[in-house]
Design a protein around this ligand. Sequence first.
Ligand SMILES: Cc1cc2nc3c(=O)[nH]c(=O)nc-3n(C[C@H](O)[C@H](O)[C@H](O)COP(=O)(O)OP(=O)(O)OC[C@H]3O[C@@H](n4cnc5c(N)ncnc54)[C@H](O)[C@@H]3O)c2cc1C
Length: 458
Amino acid sequence: MDYSSLPVFASADVVVCGGGAAGAFAAIAAAKEGADVLVVEQFGSLGGTATNGLTMPVMHTHIASNPQCSYVSKIVRDKLFAIGGCDDSGANFDPFLLKVVLEEICVDSGVKLLFHTFIGDVITENGRVTALVVANKKGLGLVKGRVFIDGTGDGDVCVRAGAGFTKGNPETGKNQPISLRYIISNVNFEEFGAFINEEKKRTGVDGAASYYDGKIYVAVCATGSWTFSDLFDKAIAAGDLDPDDKAYWQGFTVTGRADTIAFNSPEFFDETDGTDPDVLTKTQVMGKKRALRQLMFCKKYLKGFEKAYISDISAMVGIRESRNITTEYVLTAEDLLCRRKFADMFCQSNYPVDIHGKQLSFNEKKYKDVDDGKPWYEISFRALVVKGFDNLLVTGRCLGAEFLAQSSLRVQQSARSSGEAAGIAAVMALKKNVPLREIDGAKVREVMVEKGADYAVV
Ligand SMILES: Cc1cc2nc3c(=O)[nH]c(=O)nc-3n(C[C@H](O)[C@H](O)[C@H](O)COP(=O)(O)OP(=O)(O)OC[C@H]3O[C@@H](n4cnc5c(N)ncnc54)[C@H](O)[C@@H]3O)c2cc1C
């Protein structure tokens, strides 16, 4: 299509596409390196799945020191903590307050924000992205830049630019299950906590239900033995729940909200393509219905929910995995399971393979851990450098990784760290006037460490 007559809506040296966890961190890190940075985001706030998707906590890395591999994470934690928006580790946070804090850090760092703007196409020239084609209330227009960072989670910009990608479980072709998270407030924690303990005694099952130190944790899955399985079965038999409601139900308390539980459900297993607007629409409609049904279940079968209500339903469908972009290096299952190390790494994690629903049948035993006394895997910087392009990086859950590897590194610690690395690398490439593939990931990590990023050492 010929877009040459479109007006230019905005421009910047570094254009960050999508302001999720990865995009926001990329923008902050690039701005703190002195660059002129713009974020283009379809919604009216930053944080993506972590905020508009109501997704918390930041998962633990399963490394003893739990390194965040990010200095921006520390700034975010400190600001959130100061307003009562997270616990002292920063892991359990209030999604609404995270939106506010990310916005404040961006604005204070000089990042320009262009909200309510959808990226629909990309203009390229000789292996370079020159502009995004966007749509907003003004109509169609261009956003020009010198380096582009794709933080859309689905690799929209890379795919429109013509980059290669993979999608879904190689055995079934299907993506990971998707969810529409919701939050219930005005729960009487003391009553619910006492009920949890009564149910543990009654059923003799102590499975993923706890009330400790003012915090509630509850979960039920289709298979296995869970304290509330019995109540779910009764509700299904009575027609108050559907068997799908039992497939995956999980709730956490939210720091700073004494009466609130954030639910990591309902989950959808059949139609899971997060790049299909019909699937997204259907999930929004069905998800709300199911959230309401689950609230009614809580009121009828549990204690402490008499006056409870749904205080939020996610504006975004929760997409665990959609497209993964072909980068200079694509992380493999073997890299993760053998805990391979890379000289140009920017992130360490030992978070397990986390595939919901039908498991990929892989033989974990065939992978031999490199016995180096460092029980973690690393993410190579080259997994951010989009193959075939001089000025395009990809961050977050759609970086270059095979399905099984992505199922681990999709969590927020690595999404944040990948954004930070991308932001720093973008500015290095601009300053040196070289293609991104010539940037040394070890130098990117050096900057992250200088600024306070923590890494595991032995
Ligand atoms: C249901 C669910 C539960 C999870 N639970 C946890 C958990 O407990 N702990 C944990 O650490 N991780 C969890 N994760 C994983 C983690 O939250 C996400 O993988 C991570 O937050 C993704 O961040 P991201 O920035 O890569 O992408 P996203 O958060 O998806 O951000 C993408 C951003 O780009 C914007 N965007 C997309 N396309 C366009 C476009 N074309 N134009 C303009 N803007 C666009 C979006 O609006 C969004 O703001 C969970 C994920 C899901 C789905």
